[in-house]
Structure formats: C-alpha cells, structure tokens
Design a protein around this ligand. Structure first.
Ligand SMILES: [Zn+2]
Length: 423
C-alpha cells in the first residue's frame, strides 16, 4: 500500500456526496478495494472476524442484506422511518449503522460538516462539507431560508468538496437519462444551476424543508443512525450517485472501457474479506478505518481488509440491537412463472418483510426490474432480495414480479422484523 492514510469516520459524530479523503484533498475520488483503473466486475466481500464468531447469528441478517442493498444500488424512497423494531430509548440500530459504515469502506464520506467543526448553534440542518479557504476558517451562513446545507448558503471562500447534480442541484433524485459521471455531476461551484450558490446536501432537513420529502436522507450523512426513534434502511439517491460516479472510472465518463460494476457479498466468518467487522472498539459507537492507495491522477482505491469496528459496551444506557426475521404466516401462491402473491398475517404499525434468494435474478437481470405491488402501489424492492413494509391492517397483500423467473414459493420468507439486544 502506497500513500496510505488512515481516517476514522465516527458514527457517533456528525461529520450531495464526497469521498473519504476529501477533507485533506478536495480533488480526490476514492474507488472500492481492488479497482486498478481497468473495467470489469469488482467483487467486494464483507465478513465477520472469527474472533467474534459467537455474534455471527446475531448479525447475519443485517450483514447479508446490507451487502445486498449496496450490491443492488437501488434508491429506496422514504429510506428513513420510525424505529419500530429498535427501542426508542437506548436502542442503537446495528443494521442502519452497518449500511452507513460499509458505505465508508466503499470510499464515500459524510457530505456534511460535523456540528463541532463549525461553531453553529442556530439554524436547521448541517452545512455541506468543505475545506476552509484562504481566510483559514469555515464561512457558514445558512442564507435567507435558514436551512444549513441548502442551495442559498453563503460559504464565503470555503472550498467545496461536495458533488451536486448540475441540472437541478437535487440530491434526492438521479439524472433522468441515468448518466452519472462528470457530464452530469460536478463539485465546481461554477457548474451550479442558476439560483444556487451552494450544493444542496442529502440531509433529512433539506429533504423535508426544501423538497417535501419527509422521510428521506442519504445513508452516508453522518450521525443519522443515532437519532432516537428513527432508523435508516435502504439507500438514498445521493448514496447511489456517489458509487455510480466512481464506477464511471478514472476518465469519469460513463460507458467507456474503464467503467466497472460492483458485486458485493456477505461471506460470513472471515479474516481476509475486503471489509471485516470486529467488536472490540474501546469507545464511541462504530467506525470504519479506511486506508487508501493511489491509482492515477486524483483517483485512489480503498485498501484491502478494511475494518468496521463496533464498541460492544456502548456509553450510557445504550445497547446494540440486531434486527432479525421472525417468521410469520402467509398464504402464498404463484400467479404465473414470473409472479408470486402473498397474503401476510400482520399487525398494524409493525414492520414486516419478504426476502428471497439471490438466485431469483439471472446474471444480466437487474434488481431494478423487480416490481412489488403493495398497498395498491407499484414499488421497487430495496435490494435484489428484500422488501420491507409497515403494515396497515390485519392482512397485507403483496405481489412480486421478477424479470423472468420467480423463485420457488418455499424459498421466499415472510417475516416480522424484530430485534435482539446484544448481551
Ligand atoms: Zn460515518
């Protein structure tokens, strides 16, 4: 490993998208482990260090589905929700924390400044990530709208490190033509659309106040997994844009030979996976340790064997809770060879889910082709193998259409999402 840097990104602190070394060098783009500047499929594995084998059953559901969510790169609308399965007081969500920390190990960083990095006590939201300019300090003015991290912020001579969508400065949607590269995204403030002086960041405050999206936040926004009574499950558009921008390769152009695709897998116990979960951090909550190496120009790649380390003894009265599938009854039938229907016995206000094996998608099929009918609406899955919902009645009808062949009914699990407290 050359030019290694080690940065800890703490979930316990609050630190559009940016990459892990941006704080020391605003021009850097960080790719996942194994990228060398050539195209093809990049496999990234997630494992649990064998020293913590007694936790494998506890974390398996979260780890398997966090890998599948990042693998699928699907935008999950309303990815922020009530903490139904996690106690509102003292409960700390392992799943939401892992999806956030895993994002760091792929190369992406908090798009917002931590509250203690800027002396800001009024206003709502979090300022966008930047480096101090020639005056040596952060310039923070939330502008007339009073919302930090929004398009009218006046940041003086601060050096912006956050990418924004050039057409509309909206971090909650992807470009309509699905091109995510240097033709559609920029961090040069001169490329902002007219009317904007600063990037909109993908925080829950900007989502709610400016875009009327009450339950939405990029997973990689710092600190969000510790907000009481709320949990984060799938990815936001800005998380997907960050990974997809990097996937356009060192030329930062989508559709050229140096583009890569990502395959992300949970491999269970391993001390040699690309990302290794441990549980012996002495303080704080959880952190990803993300050393990088140079590829070429302003492009770097994550090193191998990155650690996500959890503190098993959380401060105060807090404890980790591990989401688990508890099987529930359902009437299931095949509609045809592509589609399945389930009537799940439910209790209103409780979170349920359906999961099916990876093999339900054939090699060239995309997770975005899975269509789920729930509550009278067609929706996407949150990954190629998972759909979660909050029940409204005593029975919930779900239909799932796969691109070519549905899995066998016996391979689909219907479950209530509960959570077990760490011992
Ligand atoms: Zn973080």
């Amino acid at each position: 490993m050359t030019a290694a840097t080690l940065i800890a990104l703490f979930t316990g602190q609050v630190v559009a998208f940016t990459y892990v070394t941006a704080k020391s060098d605003a021009e850097i783009i960080v790719h996942p482990a194994g990228y060398e500047g050539r195209g093809g499929e990049l496999v990234v594995t997630l494992g649990l260090h064998p020293d913590f084998a007694d936790l494998e059953d506890e974390i398996a559901f979260s780890a398997e589905h966090v890998a599948a969510i990042w693998d699928s790169l699907l935008v999950w609308e309303e990815n922020l929700g009530p903490s139904i399965e996690i106690p509102k007081i003292g409960g700390t969500d392992f799943f939401g924390t892992l999806i956030h920390e895993f994002g760091h190990t792929l190369g992406i960083a908090h798009p917002t400044l931590m509250a203690n990095e800027v002396n800001a006590s009024r206003g709502r939201g979090k300022f966008s990530m930047a480096e101090p300019g020639p005056n040596g300090k952060f310039d923070i003015d939330e502008g007339p709208d009073g919302i930090r991290g929004s398009s009218d912020d006046d940041r003086g001579d601060d050096i912006n490190t956050v990418y924004f969508k050039k057409s509309d400065n909206n971090p909650f949607s992807l470009p309509e033509d699905d091109v995510i590269d240097s033709t559609t995204y920029s961090r040069n403030l001169e490329d902002l659309p007219s009317g904007s002086t600063s990037p909109n960041v993908a925080s829950r405050e900007v989502a709610a106040d400016l875009f009327s999206l009450p339950n939405t936040e990029a997973m990689i926004v710092g600190g969000g997994s510790l907000v009481p009574a709320q949990i984060r499950r799938g990815l936001g558009a800005d998380d997907v844009a960050a990974i997809r921008y990097a996937m356009s390769g060192v030329d930062e152009l989508q559709g050229t030979p140096d583009d890569y695709s990502l395959k992300i897998k949970w491999v269970g116990l391993s001390d040699s996976s690309d990302v290794i979960i441990r549980f012996d951090r002495p303080d704080g909550y959880a952190a990803a340790f993300v050393g990088v190496r140079a590829i070429s120009g302003n492009h770097k790649a994550m090193g191998k064997n990155r650690i996500i380390n959890y503190n098993p003894n959380l401060p105060g009265n807090r404890a980790w809770y591990f989401p688990q599938p508890s099987p529930v009854e359902s009437n299931a039938r095949a509609i045809n060879e592509r589609a399945l229907e389930f009537d799940v016995v439910t209790k209103p206000g409780v979170r349920y889910g359906l999961s099916w094996p990876d093999s339900a998608l054939e090699k060239e099929e995309k997770a975005s082709s899975i269509i789920i009918q729930h509550d009278g609406k067609n929706q996407g899955a949150m990954s190629g193998r998972l759909f979660l919902f909050v029940a409204k009645g005593s029975s919930t009808n779900i239909k799932i259409a796969f691109p070519s062949m549905a899995p066998d009914l016996s391979e689909v699990e219907t479950f209530e999402l509960t959570a077990r407290k760490a011992n």
